[in-house]
Write a protein that binds this ligand. Structure first.
Ligand SMILES: [Zn+2]
Length: 152
């Protein structure tokens, strides 16, 4: 980052989220787990050009990658805003995030991954349904059962 955002609070909030996962992300993980899904979280995939990008929820065998995107950082069509202070910096920053997201999607798809992007504003059950749909459409994507184990 070449410049520091004007609001230290925004930076602190971002850093805290990067450490622990956001609330919507945690809720989705919990729901998927309840449905018998087993997965890895916060993974750096070994895909060309993606080594510095983390995926929130990964189904390794099924090759399904799930991102839970924050409405602000990933520019949700319903809730995106640009802070008034340092507006140009923010506009460039957020546009860069969107470009990187699409690039990530393209690289994953090229490597044979299915990508599910969930907005933080989506209901957890709806988001989990979309993940289930993606898993159902790939080989090896069947649920392991409520008390199933990841190792089969
Ligand atoms: Zn939103």
């Amino acid at each position: 980052m070449s410049m520091v955002p004007s609001s230290a609070q925004v930076s602190a909030r971002m850093a805290a989220q990067l450490r622990s996962g956001t609330a919507p992300e945690i809720a989705l993980r919990r729901e998927l787990h309840r449905r018998g899904r087993r997965f890895r979280v916060d993974v750096k995939l070994d895909v060309d050009g993606l080594r510095r990008r983390r995926v929130d929820v990964v189904f390794t065998r099924s090759r399904v990658a799930v991102f839970v995107d924050g409405c602000f950082w990933h520019v949700c069509p319903d809730h995106a805003t640009t802070p008034r202070a340092n507006r140009d910096w923010w506009a460039a920053k957020l546009a860069g995030n969107v470009r990187r997201d699409r690039d990530t999607d393209d690289r994953l798809a090229a490597a044979g991954w299915a990508v599910v992007r969930v907005w933080e504003h989506e209901a957890t059950a709806d988001a989990a349904d979309r993940v289930d749909t993606a898993l159902a459409s790939v080989p090896g994507g069947k649920a392991t059962g409520r008390y199933g184990c990841a190792r089969r």
